[in-house]
Write a protein that binds this ligand. Structure first.
Ligand SMILES: Cc1cc2nc3c(=O)[nH]c(=O)nc-3n(C[C@H](O)[C@H](O)[C@H](O)COP(=O)(O)O)c2cc1C
Length: 160
């Protein structure tokens, strides 16, 4: 049975998520980052997290081959950063984004809600995506509101 891509997107897009930017520094020394909403926690002991990366992404190898990387959890109001790191059209998104070096030099985006510094653990095939699992090396978060993504739009969290 085949699933229509439009049905898949419509239903899976109905699962609200946070937004992250995965950052790393490849061998050429220029930091790179990509917007990712498929982030998930995997295991507590050992501490593992995952995200899914489009194997057709132009920046695929920069992230799939990374030994060390950071997951930056975006805060409310950082939708501009999310868009900047999703569509890289010749402009380096780091030019317009404040950041600092975290553990092992991984880029941490200023103002993010939280960050998780990871070491590569495994890369599994997942159809047209790769499932990248990282071992958590260090992490922290601030008392800020999150940026959320639902049905192709950004929004905020409201406690009930
Ligand atoms: C809110 C949002 C969430 C995204 N989540 C993912 C994701 O989980 N995995 C992924 O590979 N791309 C995701 N993307 C798309 C990437 O950020 C990027 O645009 C795409 O992979 C193309 O990358 P490229 O310019 O290197 O080809 C997301 C984009 C947005 C705006």
């Amino acid at each position: 049975m085949s699933i229509e891509p439009s049905d898949f997107r419509r239903v899976l897009g109905s699962f609200a998520s946070g937004v992250t930017v995965v950052t790393t520094v490849p061998a050429d020394g220029r930091p790179v980052g990509i917007t990712v909403s498929s982030f998930a926690s995997v295991s507590l002991t050992p501490a593992l997290v995952s995200y899914n990366l489009d194997i057709e992404a132009k920046r695929y190898h920069a992230f799939a081959d990374a030994e060390r990387y950071a997951i930056n959890i975006l805060a409310a109001g950082q939708d501009g950063i999310s868009n900047r790191f999703a569509r890289v059209n010749g402009v380096d998104p780091f030019d317009d984004t404040a950041w600092t070096q975290g553990p092992d030099g991984v880029p941490l985006l200023t103002g993010a809600l939280g960050w998780i510094a990871c070491q590569r653990w495994a890369c599994y095939p997942g159809g047209d995506h790769a499932i990248l699992v990282g071992r958590v090396q260090a992490l922290d978060c601030a008392a800020a509101a999150p940026l959320l993504y639902f049905r192709g739009r950004y929004g905020g969290f409201q406690a009930t």
